[in-house]
Design a protein around this ligand. Structure first.
Ligand SMILES: C[S@@+](CC[C@H](N)C(=O)[O-])C[C@H]1O[C@@H](n2cnc3c(N)ncnc32)[C@H](O)[C@@H]1O
Length: 443
């Protein structure tokens, strides 16, 4: 798929609201730095922060996640599997319990969820552990009882404004929060006494800001340039390419196999933060036992040639069409901080990085297979009854619309199908799949 063309001043896009705090921040950054990289632009749009200029040095959280306005859920900007049913978080609980047993049932295991959105995964996780302790088979009651004693939950959240949503969802549960980035793993103990830890994340690395590199061919001269964002005198944003400044990105781009085959003007996306994130987890797991479980969507490639995608509830153009792509792509400049910007994860590259940091794969599989293996469908069957008993207004509205279109399923069948749909759809297209990557360190 080609990249929608916003290169050059002629393609400048005016932000709809020049007083939007994210727009103001971008204008300041672009003016003081004479243009910013696309990676910096994405950082401000998703996780921006600005000083309020008051005596106390307080900061204002802006950007899509940091402001807390991210719309996750049916009918909002996008839905995640964790948010679709509590059976998802419940399945992660069974995985964590399995890891805990495999590392010798230690009396402490930190379950560190990185990037928790609305807190749905943790809620499903804790609910399932409680259910097993109260109503599971006798052996599970005992085992989950000891696991509950050992497990400590920590949410590491970079989007400051999301923490309030999570705290509301998880009220009354023993969960700890750290406001910081998974890429730096703040506050992790440094010494040999690091307790066992399991890092979990769902749809996290697809939100890391990425660099975009274009190939320029002129006669025998080949140059690799990075996409920058700059603005007109009136504050309209446009893209341009400039020489790559960061040495690590330049080296990565120079050695990427696919760059050699690219034509003039073609572009690749580089998620350089995958390296730092994997390195941070690898260095913790060098000192202790535990593992990493990360579930996300992407492609089985070493790098990406797809443009970042934009999600917003107002988008009605078909995502696959060129017209839809172009419309969505402009939105990030029209509505900075109001829309989600996401990229796909290059799975093969990520796996190589994890191995380089000493993390050995335990499962690398389609998400649906992973969930099925850990009993998702049994759990779904149980929770659907409870979720139907306490109807969800969003699902009810969707059901009413389906009925009008002649769908005769019962509400329960509709809810079950809706919740399990991701168990099936992502088997179809192996080129864009949801994958579960689990790495373990047992001794
Ligand atoms: C796409 S949402 C997914 C939320 C949730 N895991 C789910 O599946 O519903 C991404 C989440 O990761 C958070 N996030 C993004 N970058 C992060 C980072 N470097 N460290 C920690 N959290 C991050 C965002 O603020 C948001 O809460």
């Amino acid at each position: 798929m080609s990249h929608p063309e916003l290169i050059g001043q002629a393609n400048a896009v005016m932000p709809r609201d020049p007083d939007n705090p994210t727009v103001r921040r971008l204008h300041t950054e672009i003016a003081t730095q004479d243009g910013i990289t696309y990676e910096q632009f994405m950082e401000v749009c998703l996780y921006g922060r600005s000083s309020r200029g008051d005596a106390g040095g307080a900061t204002e959280e802006l950007g899509y996640y940091s402001s807390g306005r991210a719309g996750i859920g049916a009918g909002a900007d996008f839905a995640t599997h964790a948010d679709t049913t509590s059976a998802y978080g419940g399945t992660i609980a069974h995985y964590a319990h399995d890891v805990w047993q495999q590392i010798g049932s230690p009396d402490r295991l930190w379950v560190v969820e990185q990037g928790a959105g609305n807190g749905a995964q943790a809620a499903g996780f804790l609910q399932e552990v409680d259910w097993q302790v109260a109503e599971g088979a006798p052996a599970d009651r005992r085992s989950f009882g000891a696991f509950r004693q050992a497990a400590r939950h920590l949410i590491l959240e970079y989007g400051g404004g999301m923490i309030a949503h999570q705290q509301q969802r998880l009220q009354g549960n023993a969960v700890n929060w750290v406001h910081g980035s998974a890429i730096d793993l703040p506050l992790m103990p440094k010494g040999k006494d690091t307790p066992p830890v399991l890092f979990t994340s769902t749809e996290l690395p697809d939100t890391f800001p990425v660099a975009r590199v274009r190939k320029r061919v002129s006669g025998f001269r080949i140059a690799l340039e990075q996409v920058y964002v700059t603005m007109t005198d009136r504050g309209a944003f446009y893209e341009e390419t400039r020489p790559i400044e960061a040495e690590d990105l330049a080296a990565e781009a120079r050695t990427a196999d696919s760059m050699a085959a690219m034509a003039d003007g073609e572009e690749r996306v580089f998620n350089m933060r995958l390296q730092r994130w994997s390195g941070a987890m690898g260095s913790v797991l060098r000192r202790t036992t535990g593992g990493v479980l990360t579930i996300d969507y992407g492609h089985h490639t070493l790098d990406m040639n797809l443009p970042p995608r934009i999600y917003h509830h107002s988008v009605t153009a078909p995502y696959g069409s060129a017209e839809g792509q172009a419309h969505m792509y402009r939105l990030q400049y029209e509505l900075p901080g109001e829309v989600d910007i996401t990229t796909s994860v290059p799975f093969r590259a990520h796996d190589a990085i994890m191995r380089r940091h000493g993390l050995r794969p335990h499962h690398i599989t389609m998400e649906a297979d992973f969930l099925r293996y850990y009993g998702f469908e049994t759990r779904l069957h149980r929770v659907v009854a409870a979720e139907v008993a306490a109807p969800n207004p969003v699902l009810e509205a969707m059901y009413a619309a389906q009925r009008q279109e002649g769908d005769n399923r019962s509400y329960e069948a509709f809810v079950r199908d809706h919740m399990s749909s991701f168990m099936h759809t992502h088997h179809v297209d192996r080129t864009r799949s949801f994958m579960a990557y689990a790495y373990r360190k047992t001794s």
